[in-house]
Write a protein that binds this ligand. Structure first.
Ligand code: KIV
Length: 273
């Protein structure tokens, strides 16, 4: 077995992600929400699997990420950890599970870790939720921050447009990123912000910065699995690269199945007992 293969088989930890940033190796992260796809994603060699609250849109069909509950996130995260051996599994803290107070935030994070087997949590926001993040960190739970476009605040901003385009918002984002590093977050997601600002943030802090719609100057990338596989064809932001057209593959397969059943071509003699 080559050194490289041995290294690829090693479990990914928050410490390994930090080492990857130090040696300039990019981090590949994808979402997953169920056992079967998590297993495929893990076996393909992804570094981090995010059980995103995008499950609210992708798995449940809600128009926003707000309705998904802590119980539903724990269910999806448990499905994913059951299918994952190597990747680090990070679970989003859903809207309403951490904003009330830091005690509530800690008990939500503890439930996620205990009941799902996830290895870290991700939380949207900066200085407003500092106390909650600090309290979660005191329990030894690794926290990934999330700044820029924070979909749980859609009702405050009104759109999913690019964030931090003006100087004041960019300065606050940089300040929040430094604060998240200082209090002990192990990584940071930057969503839909100018590439120049994302690069500046990645160069200003030592923890890995993972971007989505944040350009190539960061330490890694994340995409929603169903979007990059072409299952969800109704969502086409500029930052999305489609690596497959599974909607067409699935449609072709199901159309053929229906036709075979109707014409009694399926099952044939070899497909019965
Ligand atoms: O919920 C999610 O999928 C996310 C990613 C888009 C970063 O937070």
């Amino acid at each position: 077995m080559s050194t490289n293969t041995t290294d690829n088989a090693r479990k990914v930890t928050t410490i390994r992600l930090s080492e990857m940033k130090q040696r300039g190796e990019k981090i590949a992260m994808l979402t997953a929400y169920d056992y079967s796809l998590a297993r495929l994603v893990d076996e393909a060699g992804i570094d981090v699997i995010l059980v995103g609250d995008s499950a609210s849109n992708v798995m449940i069909g809600n128009p926003t990420t707000l309705p998904i509950t802590l119980d539903q996130m724990i269910y999806h995260a448990k499905c994913v950890t059951n299918g994952t051996k190597r990747a680090l599994v990070v679970c989003d803290m859903p809207f309403g599970s951490y904003q009330g107070n830091s005690k509530e935030a800690l008990s939500s994070a503890i439930r996620i870790m205990k009941e799902s087997g996830a290895e870290a949590v991700k939380i949207e926001g900066g200085s407003e939720i500092r106390e909650s993040i600090e309290r979660i960190l005191t329990a030894g739970i690794p926290v990934m921050g999330h700044l820029g476009l924070t979909p749980q605040s859609i009702n405050k901003f009104g759109t999913y447009n690019v964030r931090a385009k003006n100087e004041a918002e960019a300065a606050k984002l940089l300040e929040d990123a430094k604060m998240l590093e200082e209090i002990g977050c192990f990584a940071l997601v930057l969503e839909k912000i100018p590439a120049k600002l994302a690069k500046q943030v990645a160069e200003s802090i030592s923890i890995p910065v993972i971007g989505i719609g944040a350009g190539s100057g960061v330490d890694g990338q994340v995409l929603v699995l169903q979007d990059m596989l072409g299952i969800n064809k109704g969502f086409s932001p500029k930052f999305l690269r489609r690596y497959a057209d599974l909607a067409t593959v699935i449609d072709d397969a199901i159309t053929s199945y229906i036709s075979d059943v109707k014409s009694v071509d399926f099952p044939n003699e070899n497909e019965q007992y």
